[in-house]
Write a protein that binds this ligand. Structure first.
Ligand SMILES: Cc1cc2nc3c(=O)[nH]c(=O)nc-3n(C[C@H](O)[C@H](O)[C@H](O)COP(=O)(O)OP(=O)(O)OC[C@H]3O[C@@H](n4cnc5c(N)ncnc54)[C@H](O)[C@@H]3O)c2cc1C
Length: 305
């Protein structure tokens, strides 16, 4: 491996867990972010600054057509994290970056959330004068997470960066870490199971278990964003009141499979050859059809730099 400061290092394996803008992934795949149609204003405020806050440890959302305001307590329930999502045409957000450093004037938030109730207005009024304004990009599912005969393996956002609407990106990354750790430790402990015959087959076992579930989470995050803004096809001609029970039901269904998976059982099933997870290509095709995105799986370089 060669680093930007000209130093070099050698390793048997490189695990690319370097986030959404992964330099490791970029050695192998062209990153093609696609604007999701939404931006988010973000800020953190002290809960004690609110005149009252009746939802001490809950995540709370205000929903409307094309806008939704999500708040949840952090820092031992002392701070309120605010994420205010708005659907915008791409030509209005050309200068907004997919980055924490992009900011705007607070008045923009007030304008976009005019008409929300008193509590929501009070929350927004306490946001910093220049809240962050963040472009929400989506990415086509990546159908390959290991390269160079298993010597380079992707994990976390570098393998499956997703929209934030399920609050599941970090959880999915931890699932990767747990199962890659299990697979590598079985290889290193000399298991005779054929999945551990090489580094590549070990990496493939990790990918077989994790990739379909991570891609389902990516697709579901996208669908959840559209649901919260009442923009799914079956909601377009419905009133707000008609949409609310649909949103509640979909949210319940989604969070159930996100939270209740038995990871170890799925791993053992794949390892011992009973009912492998769906093939990578099949799953990707189905999800790409949902996204209307092109797949990008062509390596741009096969040499780690
Ligand atoms: C606003 C927001 C809210 C979110 N809310 C939730 C939530 O509620 N629940 C949830 O599960 N997920 C949530 N997520 C998603 C979650 O933050 C990510 O999915 C998760 O952090 C991914 O973990 P990671 O380890 O893959 O990448 P990261 O957490 O991005 O870590 C990557 C690391 O690699 C380092 N790095 C990058 N490039 C280099 C380099 N060239 N050299 C050396 N180091 C490098 C970075 O400094 C960083 O430490 C949210 C994300 C955002 C942006």
């Amino acid at each position: 491996m060669q680093f930007a400061d000209s130093t070099t290092a050698e390793a048997d394996i490189v695990i690319g867990c370097d986030g959404i803008h992964s330099a490791i992934r970029n050695q192998f795949v062209v990153d093609k972010p696609v604007f999701s149609g939404q931006i988010a204003y973000r800020g953190v405020i002290p809960i004690s600054a609110l005149s009252s806050w009746p939802f001490p440890s809950y995540s709370v959302a205000w929903l409307a057509k094309h806008r939704h305001l999500l708040v949840f307590p952090i820092s031992r329930n002392e701070q309120l994290n605010i994420v205010a999502f708005v659907t915008k045409p791409e030509n209005e957000v050309a200068d907004v970056k997919e980055s924490w450093t992009s900011i705007c004037d607070r008045q923009e938030v007030f304008n976009d959330f005019a008409g929300f109730d008193k509590t929501a207005q009070e929350v927004l009024s306490l946001m910093p004068e220049q809240p962050s304004k963040w472009r929400l990009n989506d990415r086509q599912p990546l159908d390959r997470w290991h390269y160079m005969n298993g010597k380079v393996i992707l994990l976390g956002d570098s393998a499956h960066a997703m929209l934030p609407h399920l609050g599941a990106g970090a959880g999915q990354s931890m699932e990767d870490g747990w199962l890659l750790g299990r697979a590598l430790s079985e290889r290193l402990s000399g298991s005779t199971n054929s999945h551990f015959a090489s580094l590549e087959s070990t990496a493939q076992l990790y990918q077989t278990v994790r990739l379909p579930r991570a891609q389902k989470t990516q697709a579901t995050s996208r669908a959840a964003g559209n649901t919260y803004e009442l923009q799914t096809e079956d909601m377009l001609d419905k009133s707000f009141e008609e949409c609310i029970p649909m949103i509640a039901e979909r949210t319940r269904e989604r969070m159930k499979w996100v939270w209740e998976e038995d990871l170890d059982a799925a791993y053992v099933k794949a390892r011992d050859g009973q009912g492998l997870a769906p093939t990578v290509a099949g799953r990707g095709d189905e999800l790409n059809a949902v996204n209307g995105m092109e797949k990008t799986t062509q390596p741009v370089s096969i040499e780690a730099q």
